[in-house]
Design a protein around this ligand. Structure first.
Ligand SMILES: Nc1ncnc2c1ncn2[C@@H]1O[C@H](COP(=O)(O)OP(=O)(O)OP(=O)(O)O)[C@@H](O)[C@H]1O
Length: 313
């Protein structure tokens, strides 16, 4: 298998002292759609900027199809859409792409080809300023495809799109992948990525905290199952579960108690709570990918805040 993107201990500390990436190790196989997911500030854009050569890492190595990221050949290997597509509002979609094509040394037929790929041929004569957000994103992807690159890097390509536009872009990315390209995309919402990505890395505070297929992540990286409970006394339930046998990763969030049961059943959790006189109002096995993601990227301070509120109310 060909490795399209390789990151080895990639770190980045910005001149002001903010450390955005802390030793990222990633290996992305060619021909996959690969997702980077994480909260705002997790480091997704920084990693993508490094891969396209806009930013230099302060540690480690990154390469694209065997070439050092940022080297002179990266431009031919990678098409990118990082943040809002920068097109002239008063020009049509086609004219914007023709300008870009001239810059890239591409031909007019190449513009028609990418317009066709993203489904904008019919609206190619309309001004960019009149495009919907979904159309603007599609034109951005068309621009990224112009040089016929084997690797596409797209930062938040479905952010803010309505469900119909989101489905269109997802299908478009699957087609692009099926043509043999590698697609790396980011989102702060796992739900936006799980349906389209072959693999996903969860970034948290500049580090990869989990990596795998959506199915592997759904099953959870830790042992046992994750459980979400509504109880009569959240703070007391957390205290009881923290010392209960077979129960790990206990925290309060959003007025509920989250925990993992290492034996794969809800029994030890419910037994401990009932034994302590706490009323259990509902028990949910939270094995969705979103819940695994939230557990991995939980803000411990936010959890504490919820416990305090729960105790007061
Ligand atoms: N040019 C810069 N100078 C200084 N700090 C920066 C710069 N760019 C990003 N950062 C900081 O680096 C950290 C990671 O930012 P980054 O944009 O890579 O995260 P992200 O996961 O893409 O977040 P978002 O979804 O909000 O774009 C943040 O703390 C951010 O404030």
């Amino acid at each position: 298998m060909t490795v399209a993107v390789q990151c080895t201990h990639v770190s980045k500390t910005y001149p002001g002292g903010v450390t955005a990436l802390r030793g990222i190790d990633l290996s992305i196989q060619a021909g996959q759609i690969y997702g980077l997911v994480g909260r705002n500030g997790a480091g997704k854009t920084t990693l993508m900027r490094i891969l396209v050569g806009l930013v230099a890492p302060t540690g480690g190595q990154a390469s694209v199809l065997g070439h050092p990221a940022g080297g002179c050949s990266t431009g031919q290997l990678v098409g990118s859409l990082i943040e809002t597509p920068a097109y002239y509002p008063h020009l049509s979609g086609r004219d914007n792409l023709l300008l870009l094509a001239r810059y890239l040394g591409e031909s007019a037929p190449a513009v028609e080809r990418v317009l066709e790929t993203v489904g904008l041929s019919e609206r190619a004569r309309s001004r960019f300023s009149g495009y919907s957000l979904g159309m603007k994103q599609r034109l951005g992807i068309a621009g990224a495809l112009l040089g016929d690159p084997p690797v596409l890097i797209l930062d938040e390509p479905v952010n803010g799109l309505d469900p119909q536009a989101m489905v269109y872009v997802r299908d478009l990315l699957a087609r692009v992948r099926d043509e043999g390209r590698t697609v790396l995309l980011s989102s702060h919402l796992l739900a936006e990525l799980e349906q389209v990505c072959d693999r996903v890395a969860i970034l948290h505070e500049g580090a990869v905290v989990s990596e795998g297929t959506p199915e592997e992540l759904r099953r959870g990286t830790g042992s046992g199952i994750s459980i979400v409970l509504e109880v009569s006394d959240t703070a007391e339930a957390v205290r009881v579960l923290e010392s209960a046998e077979g129960v790990t990763d206990v925290r309060a969030s959003g007025g509920a108690v989250h925990a993992r049961s290492t034996d794969g059943s809800t029994t030890p959790v419910v037994r401990a709570l009932v034994g302590a006189g706490i009323e259990v109002r509902s028990v949910t096995q939270g094995e969705s990918l979103e819940s695994a993601y939230l557990a991995l990227t939980a803000d411990p301070d936010a959890g504490t805040e919820h416990v305090v509120r729960g105790a007061v109310s």
